[in-house]
Design a binder for this molecule. Structure first.
Ligand code: NDP
Ligand code: 8X3
Length: 250
């Protein structure tokens, strides 16, 4: 099988690519940080003896998405599983103080980037009547919390797109799943706080957050159900977190 994971240079995407490779699948990995991508490709190939295509592009740039994914080499053309994972939060502030550049980054990456990639890959799945699209949403796609406004809106959009895709793909036998996690300790909070690592660490202090590997296993599980089973959506939280804002810390 060919598995395409967007945003595989860190966090969930990296752990997911690793797990699929470990299970013998061939991979297309993407991300903007070329060095990381190339190093990871070599690691996967050496460790698991699978074929890996590393594509270095920005999901927010339609021309780059089309150039990278619109003309895949024959060996990688038939994408069986697309994991729409590339995404980010940028900033955490009230709507009246929000930074418009942050908003554009989140909407362009989480919503438009996911759409550009899906629009490029889904037609092949429809043609082959085979495929599985996994959309990484968030608890922020189910709830809204203080200062999360635009990030939450972008993930609510992913939630709606997941439902829409599921309806559109139904007649073609393509599975569509969304994963909606709570707190996972990745580079997510460092990016949200514009590189402030101390602030990012505090998000996870006094509790055991989810790990990127927890989410990779969940994604893998949804794809390994029998063909007649579609997991529409999963909300997965640390045991120490009940809702976006109800958290216990020791
Ligand atoms: P990380 O910051 O660790 O990883 C994000 C990945 O997305 C990186 O590989 C990054 O690669 C890629 N990415 C970001 N912007 C772009 C872009 N414009 N073009 C291409 N790739 C891009 O975060 P996570 O692994 O935690 O996040 C993955 C997904 O999970 C996101 O959609 C996030 O919203 C979601 N999520 C995260 C949660 C958490 O608490 N961590 C909880 C719920 C959902 P590069 O920088 O190299 O381009
Ligand atoms: C990331 C989790 O709670 O910061 O999507 O929105 S949260």
């Amino acid at each position: 099988m060919i598995v395409l994971v967007t945003g595989a240079t860190a966090g969930i995407g990296k752990a997911t690519a690793d797990l699929f490779a470990k299970n013998g699948h061939h991979l297309i990995i993407t991300g903007r940080r070329k060095n990381r991508l190339d190093t990871f490709k070599k690691e996967l190939e050496e460790k698991y003896k699978v074929a890996v295509l590393a594509l270095n592009f920005d999901v927010t740039k339609l021309a780059e998405v089309k150039a990278a994914l619109g003309n895949l080499p024959d060996a990688f053309k038939q994408v069986d599983i697309l994991v729409n994972n590339a995404g980010l939060a940028s900033g955490l502030s009230t709507i009246q103080d929000g930074d418009i550049e942050d908003w554009e980054k989140m909407i362009n990456t989480n919503v438009k980037g996911l759409l550009y990639v899906t629009r490029t890959i889904a037609p092949g799945m429809v043609e082959r009547k085979k495929g599985h699209i996994i959309n990484i949403s968030s608890i922020a796609g189910k709830e809204v919390y203080a200062n999360g406004n635009v990030y939450c809106a972008s993930k609510h959009a992913v939630d709606a797109l997941n439902k829409g895709m599921r309806i559109d793909m139904l007649q073609h036998g393509i599975r569509v799943t969304s994963i909606n996690p709570g707190m996972i300790e990745t580079e997510f909070s460092v990016v949200r706080f514009h590189g402030d690592e101390d602030k990012a660490k505090k998000v996870y202090q006094g509790l055991t957050p989810l790990s990127a590997e927890d989410i990779a296993e969940t994604i893998y599980w949804t794809t390994s159900r029998p063909a007649h089973v579609n997991i529409n959506e999963i909300i997965i939280m640390p045991t120490a977190q009940a809702t976006a804002t109800n958290v216990v810390r020791k």
